[in-house]
Design a protein around this ligand. Sequence first.
Ligand code: TYD
Ligand code: MG
Length: 460
Amino acid sequence: MKQKTLFYCTECGNETAKWAGKCPACGAWNTIVEQPEKPKLSGVKGAGKAVRGGMPARRACPVTELHTDEEIRFPTGMGELDRVLGGGAVKGSLVLVGGAPGIGKSTLMLQICSKLCEFSKVLYVSGEESEHQLKLRAKRLRVESGSLFVISETSLGDLLECVATEQPDVLIVDSIQTLYNEALDSPAGSVSQVKDCTMALMQLAKGQGITVFVIGHVNKEGSIAGPKVLEHMVDCVLYFEGDQHTSYRILRAAKNRFGATNEIGVFEMQDGGLAEVENPSEMLLSGRPDDAPGTCVTCVMEGARPVLAEIQALVVTSAASNPRRTSNGFDYNRASMLLAVLEKRGGLKVSTCDAYLNIIGGLTLDEPAADLAAVVALASSYLDRPIPSDLVAIGEVGLTGELRSVNQLAQRISEVHRLGFTKCVIPAHRAEGLRSPEGLELIPARNIGEAIRAALRPQA
Ligand code: TYD
Ligand code: MG
């Protein structure tokens, strides 16, 4: 019998019967690849009938009869990771940790083993390194415990066998792209392999209550290589990000079934491994230039935590008929809008200039509260007048150039004060009733014109 072939989209995992240049599900081009069809399981066809393969169909259960134990959480020994997970790891959950090669995923996972081993048995399965290399790395990170078991393995069958004999409480798989199921024809890392292996690991988590951490590499676009469906299957998706050139790393949750997704964890890669950064503001502001035009500090909320960030802008007369606009860590469309407002309401001729915006430290600012600092930094660069280094600007900018209020202003102001800043420009209508802490002057502004006048140093 001729085996039928099926086609998969490598982006979204959508299956189609025939090849197409564009995926009908996600619209991506040139992502459809051929895969031999898996033999259909007998008995599954009868779904919908009361009997499947001779077994009675499972009955649904009244929700009132389900036991209501809260999920069991445990600390990983890394406060920053626990924060992103929503207050520790949940027993029996599957967490996917994605990131570019060399960012520190293996280091993070191996480091948490030292705490986890205090109260549980951990099995670290690596398809990327030999046991010898793992031993050297563990030694370097000072993770040496009799409860940490390591194996260099890429076969899913052997992994499952090893789990059955070792019976670990925590399983770490490094990485999902190196794991493969021999029963499938496709190579390790392909869509069907990644899907199938994740499914098997999910069964370990849900069926046996093993907490599973899975490392995944990201592709050029920055998402975890393999189908999007992978993200739908697992409980948590964490991304480990950072600039290859700096030692700071930011961990953020893209999905979390057990908590919020707006918390970030900040780490620094040091000689002895990853160190937690409990006060990210200090790290993000280190090395700020003094008295240079085009830089302004703002305060954004990363989850429940206020974080100070530096926005840099460069505005120069453009030689091209179509001026260049680039933004790094700041929404491009938002930056274009702010430039337009600056031209129309601030009276600065920025439309004929190239404009660059950059957020220092690899942070991505997606909160409108950062608008004002971006506008002030752009104006500062355009006019070549510096902003005092002890000034912070907070506020959303509207299309008429008005400053709009932001939430949790008091909390942001106390962080600004804690770090020793002495001036803070805020939206005027929020200034009443707001107590300014000792040594910090709150400067109310109604629109961008007032804010720019208040923030920029007078011309010498
Ligand atoms: P690694 O955890 O191997 O990255 P990933 O698993 O995400 O590919 O980290 C690799 C980088 O981290 C490597 O460039 C060396 C650096 N590193 C340190 O600086 N200090 C350390 O203690 C360790 C273990 C790694
Ligand atoms: Mg690695």
